[in-house]
Design a binder for this molecule. Sequence first.
Ligand SMILES: Cc1cc2nc3c(=O)[nH]c(=O)nc-3n(C[C@H](O)[C@H](O)[C@H](O)COP(=O)(O)OP(=O)(O)OC[C@H]3O[C@@H](n4cnc5c(N)ncnc54)[C@H](O)[C@@H]3O)c2cc1C
Length: 388
Amino acid sequence: MNTAFSEEDLAFQQEVQAFIKQKYTPELAARAANPKTFKDAQIEWQKILFEQGWIAPNWPAEYGGTGWTPTQSYIFDNERAMAGISDVVPFGLKMVGPVIYTFGNDEQKERFLPAILSSDDWWCQGYSEPGAGSDLAALQTKAVLDGDDYIVNGAKIWTTYAQHADWIFCLVRTDSSGKRQSGISFLLIDMKTPGIEVRPIHTIDNYHSLNEVIFKDVRVPVANRIGEQDAGWTYAKALLAHERVSIAEVANSKRNLAEVKKLAQQEVNGGQTLYSDTAFRSRLAETEIELMALEYTELRVLASVSRGETPGPESSLLKIKGTEIQQAIQELRMQIAGYYCGVLGQDDIGHEFGSAARQAYMYGRAASIYGGSNEVQRNVIARAVLRV
Ligand SMILES: Cc1cc2nc3c(=O)[nH]c(=O)nc-3n(C[C@H](O)[C@H](O)[C@H](O)COP(=O)(O)OP(=O)(O)OC[C@H]3O[C@@H](n4cnc5c(N)ncnc54)[C@H](O)[C@@H]3O)c2cc1C
């Protein structure tokens, strides 16, 4: 893609900036930052984007995508991140949506895509199980056919935002006789169905995003199965490729790095700013260079996604580098905040950003695990290169 902005691109950039300024009010930003009001604020913002027709830059236009060029998607994402706005919740718009429009039947497209676009349905992802994370094909949650329904029994774990979700997309075992990957199906399950229990998991970042989801004799219509029975592994892998691209979060890292740079020039210790410390500045520069290089890889992948293609193994590369850079920036921020990072949840003590820096650092440890751990992504790349 061409990264030099044309006149039209520059006009689009101004349009996006004006839109964000008008619609993303400080009041909405404050509610989005508060865990108690986060869900409502996030939905409100996503609905604003939907009404503007800007909710799904990654979808083909025929299904409600923006029809933007890769450059426009890039501009939008950068302006969003620079304004400090979180990306859309990925489970519907960036994960199951593309699976439904690629592999679902017409009825499923009509039924599920509009509510994903309008954010009326909040989705979560039921892949991992207590005994199946990296080795996802070891999953045991069972779905047994009974007339027009499957009866689902089992447990999913690490399910982000299951406590908010209306729907969960699940990988379930429908056959145990052959190769493990060949007996998996992909089901869409209404979270209100009797027999589903959501149990919270509290994490070291002092925030509740993770859950266990237990299924006891949960009836799911066969009509909610994507594609063929036992062929779910193919759809699951396509979804993971989309997930890994969105985890790279290049635009957010650009904003966070710019903020770190600013803070390092303000914080004074022993009469000197951290920015004047050669070792600190060298780490900062190293991270910035890696981020610039990653941005070009992301642009290449974005260009292929906007053509309706599923990303290849380069999504694993994006995931590894993107999360390493996120963690490097979080570490730099912790270094600036110093010992005030120890004061979790007490913004009134020390640096106002100390507690937020620590929380981001703690949650950030998970980035190299979720979406498939970085070790496993290295295996994916090795297989693609060595063809073993
Ligand atoms: C914050 C967070 C949010 C998450 N959200 C969701 C969600 O919404 N939905 C969902 O389904 N899942 C979710 N997950 C689960 C996530 O996908 C898994 O944690 C991840 O795939 C790793 O699986 P595991 O935890 O079982 O670790 P394991 O697979 O047990 O791995 C343990 C360690 O061994 C290493 N390892 C394992 N196999 C290999 C190998 N072959 N080669 C080299 N090293 C290996 C791993 O890299 C890791 O360091 C989330 C996880 C986190 C931390």
